[in-house]
Write a protein that binds this ligand. Structure first.
Ligand code: PLP
Length: 435
C-alpha cells in the first residue's frame, strides 16, 4: 500500500556512492505496489500548498536561500533545483514516474525520442566504438547512428531484427552497445530481449531497447535483462498526440553519472510544460494500452478474414511468426499497431496496382487520420512505402518487406465497429476500382 500523500516527505534513502549527498525527498511506496498505482502516484511530494494534481513549474531558474547553499548546489553536493536545463520539479516528477513504471532506478527526460537516443550515444560512445543495431529500427535512428555518428568515428553494423546469429556474428572486440526496438515499425517483428541482453553482457556491451511501441504497460525490458530503455514520449506516454518528449531509463549510475553531465553541457532538455503533459498522460497509460490493444486484436482478426486483405502483421495473431515470444515478452498483448497488405484490384500484384489499392483504402476512410504519427487515442493510418520509407529504393523497400500494398494502422480508442466500417468502405469497393 502506498503511504498517504502529504506535505511532510520522509528523508530520501541513501543511494550507493552518493550516500553522503543531501537528497531531495522521495515518496515512499511498499515494494509490491503495482504499476497502475505508481502511474498516478509516483513523482515528488506536493509543495507547501498541498496541491493534489501535480504542479507545472514554469521557471527557468531557482532561488537559493544563501550564497553557501547556492555553492553547494552548483557543486552538486546537494540534490536540488538549479536551472531547468537539467533540473526542474515537473520534469523530475515525470522522470521518477516513468522510471517507476519501467522498473529502473532512474530516468532522464529529453526534448524528443530522437534526443534521448542522441544523449545515449553522446554519453556512452566515443570514436572507435562499435554498435550493433537492428535494421528494422525507426528510420531517424538509423540515420543518427549511421550518418551522424559515423562522422565522429562511431561505427554501426545493422542486422536482422529476428536472427540472433546475425547479431552474434556482428559483434567485435570494440562493440559497446546493442540497440533494438521491438516490435518493429511497420512490420511488427519481435526480437528476443532476453537473448540479446545475454549476448550483450557476454561481450562486455550494454543492451538498449526502444520501448516506444509497447510502453511499460505491456513490456518492461529491464526485467528481461536490458540495461537502458529509450522512449519517445511523443507516442503512447502522452497518448494524445500533443507534445514531443523523450527519456532514457536506466541505473542511477548511468543516468546521473553518465547522461546528466552530457545533458548539462548539451541541453536536449524536456520543457516543463511538455513534461507535465506527458506526466499526466502516464496516469491513463495502462487503461489506454489495454483498450487500444484490445481494439487492435479485433481489427487484426477481422482484417485477416477479409477477402481483399493479403496479409496481416500483428504480434497478437497466431499467424505472426513470433507470436509465442511476443505473448511472453509483451504481457500477453500484441500492442496497438496493425499493418496489412491490401490486395491489388482484380488480384493484380504489381507494385503500381498494390499502391493504388492501398491509397484507395486510405482515401476511403473518414475517421482515421492520415498521418505518420502513432500512439494517439485517434486511429491513424499511413502508407509506409511512400512516407516513412518513401526515400528508399524499391529494392531496399522490398528487402525491408515494405511493399506498395502495405498499410499501417495505429489503433486508437474509437468504437471497434466504427473502425471496421471505416476500413471496410475502401476494402469492399477495391474489386470495382478502375485500373
Ligand atoms: C517516433 C519514434 C522515435 C522518435 O521519437 P520523437 O519523439 O519523434 O523524436 C523513436 N523511436 C520510435 C520507435 C518511434 O516510433
Amino acid at each position: 500500500m502506498a503511504t498517504k500523500d502529504n506535505n511532510e516527505p520522509k528523508a530520501a534513502p541513501a543511494l550507493g556512492k552518493a550516500a553522503g549527498k543531501k537528497r531531495l525527498p522521495r515518496k515512499e511506496f511498499s515494494p509490491d505496489v503495482r504499476l497502475e498505482t505508481l502511474a498516478v502516484r509516483e513523482g515528488l511530494p506536493a509543495s507547501q500548498w498541498g496541491e493534489n494534481s501535480e504542479a507545472l513549474f514554469l521557471t527557468s531558474s531557482f532561488v537559493h536561500p544563501d550564497a553557501a547553499t547556492a555553492a553547494a548546489r552548483f557543486a552538486n553536493e546537494e540534490e536540488s533545483f538549479v536551472y531547468s536545463r537539467f533540473t526542474n520539479p515537473t520534469t523530475m516528477m515525470f522522470e521518477r514516474r516513468l522510471a517507476a513504471l519501467e522498473g529502473t532506478e532512474a530516468a532522464i527526460a529529453t526534448s524528443s525520442g530522437m534526443s534521448a537516443i542522441l544523449l545515449m550515444i553522446m554519453g556512452l560512445l566515443k570514436a572507435g566504438d562499435h554498435v550493433v543495431c537492428s535494421r528494422s529500427v525507426f528510420g531517424a535512428t538509423i540515420t543518427l547512428f549511421d550518418r551522424e555518428f559515423g562522422k565522429f568515428g562511431v561505427q554501426t553494423t545493422f542486422v536482422s531484427q529476428t536472427d540472433l546469429n546475425e547479431w552474434r556474428d556482428a559483434i567485435r572486440p570494440n562493440t559497446k552497445l546493442l540497440f533494438a526496438e521491438t516490435p518493429s515499425n511497420p512490420l511488427t517483428e519481435v526480437c528476443d530481449i532476453r537473448a540479446l541482453a545475454e549476448l550483450a553482457h557476454a561481450n562486455g556491451a550494454l543492451l538498449a531497447v526502444d520501448n516506444c511501441f509497447c510502453s511499460p504497460a505491456l513490456q518492461q525490458p529491464v526485467k528481461l535483462g536490458a540495461d537502458l530503455i529509450i522512449h519517445s514520449g511523443t507516442k503512447y506516454l502522452d497518448g494524445q498526440g500533443r507534445v514531443l518528449a523523450g527519456a532514457i531509463c536506466g541505473s542511477e549510475d548511468l543516468v546521473n553519472g553518465t547522461f546528466m553531465p552530457v545533458m548539462r553541457g548539451a541541453g536536449m532538455s524536456l520543457s516543463p510544460f511538455n513534461a507535465w503533459v506527458v506526466l499526466k498522460g502516464l496516469e491513463t497509460l495502462s487503461i489506454r494500452m489495454a483498450a487500444q490493444s484490445a481494439n487492435a486484436l479485433q481489427l487484426a482478426t477481422w482484417l485477416e478474414a477479409h477477402p481483399q486483405v493479403e496479409r496481416v502483421y500483428y504480434p497478437g495473431l497466431k499467424s505472426h511468426p513470433q507470436y509465442a515470444l511476443a505473448m511472453q515478452q509483451q504481457n500477453g498483448s500484441g500492442g496497438a499497431v496493425v499493418s496489412f497488405v491490401a490486395r491489388g484490384a482484380r488480384g493484380l500484384a504489381t507494385p503500381e496496382a498494390s499502391r493504388q489499392a492501398a491509397f484507395h483504402v486510405i482515401d476511403q476512410t473518414r475517421l482515421c487520420s492520415i498521418t505518420a504519427n502513432l500512439g494517439d487515442t485517434k486511429t491513424t493510418i499511413t502508407h509506409p512505402g511512400t512516407t516513412s520509407h518513401g526515400r528508399l529504393k524499391e529494392e531496399q523497400r522490398q528487402a525491408a518487406g515494405v511493399t506498395q500494398g502495405l498499410i499501417r494502422v495505429s489503433v486508437g480508442l474509437e468504437h471497434i465497429e466504427d473502425l471496421k466500417a471505416d476500413l471496410a468502405r475502401g476494402l469492399d469497393s477495391l474489386a470495382s476500382i478502375a485500373q
